[in-house]
Write a new protein. Structure first.
Length: 436
């Protein structure tokens, strides 16, 4: 698996170094520094092969984290480990920068000893690691504590320790969706998909079991079977359902129950975690639509008009709205007029940036711009890059809905009604573009 792990600063100096295999020598450190960090051309690939040695690297701020191997390894697994390792470090000491790494190098080596064994990734769960690795070192001294840690790491419920108690039992659930769109100037959807995540914060006592229901109709293409009705986009009761193309669950979810009963059943980790990831491509409700009109008036003038329409319920408010309208490279000046929000020309981005703080549903506003152009000798026509957009809306564009969320704890004296539950839907823009 992984032969060695190195952390570098922006100068190429090694901050952390751990070698797990004999086939990785000190020259691997210098090879990465010379060929990647100090390379004049911009590094595009996160995987670099130098003298039959593979370097998998990620970058966080000015810190380079590189995993080195001479074997034919699973690249996705290596990157998954590197990202998990950065998340573990962030949970211990916050920002990943040179100063924090130097101040916590003993802790980092201790973490590496725990999560990598002879180059093979082990348990990277932050909640479990924090039970026996603290800032000052190993916490457990008694045999009882050591037995508890062993059973937690090797047992069936390795993500949650026993004996958790809260005065108030609360459960927070966020449905976070990113809408990606490419639309033609005539309003035809060329491609659209939603990437969703379900984030949970659990502050529950004991060992509770949660049951979670959604309005889904999942198509398992890999098995060639369909779960639930396949009569269209509505169930027998007439309620709309969302077609999920693929999904990925946290290790706490009991997959056997999901496949038989089609309910998401799990014992949640304590604190914040990601319960599920999913992707959907059908019946997406697009929150905004941009209608562009670009007219070239001679060689030195251009007129641009952009109409922005909100396509959601009037009772809802879209926030943090930003429309970026590209301009030609030979732009000399721009005169702007917008009915709502603020707009200005940014020469550094070659674009008009139009910002609106809030916009209610089923509304329409527009921006007009007159662009003065410098005369150029080049006959090359302006390529008209697409108009891009950023926003945040308080609903799930895929139509995802939480049907129920129940908590069962037979040992302790509290029922589902005693748990305070909060559910929030957030829709955000991914790559949301309209061609001019």
């Amino acid at each position: 698996m992984i032969g060695g792990l190195f952390m570098y600063n922006h100068k190429g100096e090694v901050l952390i170094s751990r070698v797990y295999r004999d086939d990785i020598g000190r020259n691997a450190v210098d090879a990465f520094r010379v060929n990647v960090i100090h390379a004049r051309q911009q590094v595009r690939s996160p995987v670099t092969n130098i003298a039959r040695t593979s370097f998998f690297h990620i970058r966080r701020a000015n810190i380079w984290l590189a995993a080195v191997t001479k074997q034919n390894v699973n690249g996705a697994m290596v990157f998954e480990f590197l990202i998990r390792f950065t998340q573990v470090m962030q949970s211990y000491f916050g920002k990943i920068n040179e100063e924090n790494i130097k101040n916590n190098f003993v802790l980092i080596y201790e973490l590496l000893d725990e999560i990598l064994d002879f180059g093979y990734p082990q348990n990277c769960d932050t909640g479990v690691l924090k039970t026996f690795i603290t800032q000052t070192g190993v916490k457990s001294q008694s045999k009882e504590e050591q037995m508890q840690i062993t059973s937690q790491v090797t047992g069936q419920i390795g993500w949650r320790r026993e004996g958790i108690k809260y005065r108030r039992n609360e459960l927070f659930l966020d449905v976070l969706e990113y809408v990606n769109l490419l639309m033609s100037p005539q309003g035809q959807v060329l491609s659209a998909h939603v990437a969703g995540r379900i984030l949970m914060k659990s502050y529950l006592s004991g060992m509770p079991e949660c049951k979670f229901g959604i309005n889904d109709k999942i198509i398992m293409e890999s098995k060639g079977t369909k779960i639930l009705d396949d009569t269209g986009s509505r169930t027998a009761s007439g309620k709309p359902v969302v077609v999920i193309d693929d999904c990925q669950f946290h290790q706490c979810v009991k997959l056997s129950k999901f496949e038989t009963e089609h309910s998401i059943s799990f014992i949640p980790p304590d604190g914040e975690f990601e319960l599920m990831r999913y992707r959907t491509t059908k019946d997406i409700s697009l929150p905004f639509r941009v209608i562009p009109l670009v007219r070239e008036v001679g060689r030195t003038r251009m007129e641009v008009k952009a109409v922005l329409k909100s396509n959601f319920k009037p009772s809802l408010l879209g926030q943090k709205i930003e429309v970026k309208i590209p301009t030609p490279l030979n732009t000399a000046g721009v005169q702007l007029l917008c009915l709502k929000g603020k707009a200005k020309y940014k020469a550094s981005d070659n674009a008009i940036v139009w910002k609106i703080k809030r916009m209610a549903g089923m509304k329409e506003t527009q921006l007009s711009a007159e662009i003065d152009l410098l005369e150029t000798d080049t006959k090359k026509k302006w390529t008209r890059p697409p108009i891009s957009m950023n926003f945040e809306v308080p609903f799930a564009p895929s139509g995802f809905k939480v049907r129920y969320l129940k908590v069962f704890e037979p040992k302790l004296n509290y029922s589902d009604h005693d748990v305070v539950k909060w559910v929030r839907y957030i829709g955000r823009s991914g790559l949301y573009e309209t061609r001019c």
